[in-house]
Design a protein around this ligand. Structure first.
Ligand code: SF4
Ligand code: SF4
Length: 197
């Protein structure tokens, strides 16, 4: 564990599935009402996700429009080491025409469109960090991606949102943790919020 990791997680007391939980997710107010500015910067995929996306190329290419590159060599940045990724290697998607290589001209993610067409779960082909945002995994903890939120103009732009980021991301968290671990997270939320009363 690095010194930076210890500093970031030192006040976190709860771990689920080997992941620390940043309790700020229960109180941070958030609403998702824009049309997808978070996809304008691309995303870091795990090496395995990158490989899986390339395997889907024959089904993806017919869905690409003229604002996207059909040249596979332009879809990803060079790989880099990153311990927050399952395989230890992260590969960023490229930004093409001011948006992720997989975002179409209508603001739709082609990976999700393909999943819908294939009749599988809508997030089956999507990188984990796309599913989780505005949450993220940083230094071994589930936390808020405030760095990315802050640089976006239309993300969480509503004044005084009525929901927490946890509630806004409930479906994603159930998907990520599975029912059993999500219930543990829910219990932790209740206990944590009680300590604030
Ligand atoms: S892969 Fe899809 S969801 Fe993720 S940033 Fe690109 S377009 Fe957006
Ligand atoms: S997460 Fe933020 S940037 Fe992405 S669609 Fe929602 S409000 Fe927009």
């Amino acid at each position: 564990m690095t010194e930076e990791t210890e500093n970031f997680t030192k006040n976190f007391t709860k771990k689920i599935n080997e992941l620390f939980i940043d309790p700020k997710i229960f109180t941070y107010r958030f609403s998702c009402k824009c049309s997808g500015e978070c996809c304008y910067y691309g995303v870091y995929t795990d090496l395995k996700e990158h490989d899986k996306i390339l395997e889907l190329k024959d089904k993806l290419l017919p869905l690409f429009d003229e604002s996207m590159s059909k040249d596979l060599s332009k879809w990803f940045e060079p790989p880099e080491e990153d311990e927050d990724f399952e395989s230890g290697v992260a590969v960023g998607t490229e930004v093409i025409n001011g948006k992720c290589a997989f975002l179409d001209k209508n603001g739709l993610c082609t990976l999700q469109r393909l999943a819908n067409l294939d009749g599988v779960h809508k997030w089956k082909y999507k990188p984990l960090y796309c599913i989780l945002f505005p949450l993220t995994i940083y230094e071994g903890a589930l936390t808020i991606d405030d760095e990315h939120i802050d640089r976006l103009k239309t993300c969480n732009a509503e004044q005084n949102p009525s929901t927490s980021i946890y509630e806004a991301c409930r479906e994603e968290l159930v998907y990520f943790f599975g029912e059993k671990n999500f219930n543990e997270l829910e219990d932790y939320k209740k206990k944590y919020l009680n300590t604030l009363d």
